[in-house]
Design a protein around this ligand. Structure first.
Ligand code: ZN
Length: 306
């Protein structure tokens, strides 16, 4: 047996021992003092590893910790909880859901045992109600067959405008944004380290998925561009990005999508033809480009009535 093979064998054995998780198996990066991010895998919605495909993590104060997105499955949420527990014994005061997409919030139930306050955008409960049947059917494995009521935790504390949460010598500012990536995008700003947890308002390395408003998303990017963030935590990609340079490719993509769609609408191109052209020519420089055709369809429907 080669050394590599033997190491792999040991890793497999370790993974079978309850509680014995190899140290690097669920890597966390401390991107700023007290801010920990786990980078999700770069896989699409059909991949068996989809439950661990978003950037998730937590922020620790002197009084308690706040989880920001528990991940796309209860198992991922549990691993994040283990990672948190390995770093602090403080209570988990809040579990903050940045938006309605499965890869960010289906892990909520892993934290129910901590009795935190689950927090989301004011539009999130309705969005979750709309996705509930789809989640239960399509993500039964990620929800581990938990009875319906306990499987999908709906935030009881919602944010309209802005809300400040005190973690002890550390205040985080939650902002409920107008429709952009989705209609329920919540950002978290840590004033102490000038870190913006943007979640899926910023993608890096893979194609941004439009599920809200193209104009709204570009507006959000333009309004935030000049803000003095030291770093931004994107929803997909590396644990942090420099701001605003790290989001420039996304801005260019969205701006081009807007221009191309406006031109197609003006030229009287049929929606089907525009979508077909988009599917045939995904933009260069991105991985997981499959949603480009759907983005085009969404953009077209948003713009054709304007
Ligand atoms: Zn998303």
């Amino acid at each position: 047996m080669s050394i590599r093979c033997r190491l792999r064998h040991v890793a497999i054995l370790l993974s079978l021992v309850p509680g014995a998780v190899p140290a690097d198996d669920f890597a966390m990066t401390e991107v700023a003092p007290g801010i920990f991010v786990h980078e999700g895998r770069e896989v699409g919605i059909q991949d068996p590893a989809r439950g661990d495909s978003a950037n998730i993590g937590f922020i620790v104060g002197t009084k308690c910790a706040a989880v920001i997105d528990p991940g796309g499955s209860i198992a991922t949420g549990r691993r994040l909880r283990d990672a948190l527990r390995a770093r602090t014994t403080l209570p988990v005061c809040y579990v903050i859901d940045t938006h309605v997409h499965f890869d960010h919030l289906l892990g909520n139930a892993a934290f129910s045992v901590d009795r935190p306050s689950f927090v989301g955008h004011a539009e999130l409960p309705a969005a979750l109600a709309g996705s509930r049947d789809y989640f239960l059917e399509e993500f039964a494995k990620e929800l581990e067959g938990v009875p319906t009521d306990a499987a999908i935790v709906v935030p009881e504390r919602t944010v309209q405008g802005e809300q400040r949460l005190d973690l002890g010598e550390r205040e985080i500012v939650l902002v409920a944004n107008p429709t952009a990536h989705t209609n329920c995008d919540l950002t978290v700003y840590d004033a102490k380290t000038q870190t913006l947890w943007a979640s899926d308002l910023v993608f890096s390395g893979r194609l941004p998925v439009l599920d809200g408003s193209l104009r709204g998303w570009l507006r959000w990017m333009d309004e935030n561009e000049a803000r003095p963030y030291q770093r931004v935590v994107p929803g997909h990609g590396p644990a942090t990005l420099p701001w605003p340079a790290g989001a420039r490719p996304q801005h260019d993509y969205l701006a081009k999508l807007l221009g191309d769609t406006q031109a197609a609408v003006k030229a009287g191109t049929f929606l089907e033809d525009a979508v077909q052209a988009a599917a045939a020519a995904p933009p260069p420089g991105w991985r997981l480009t499959e949603p480009h055709a759907r983005n085009t369809s969404r953009a077209y429907r948003e713009l054709e009535w304007q």
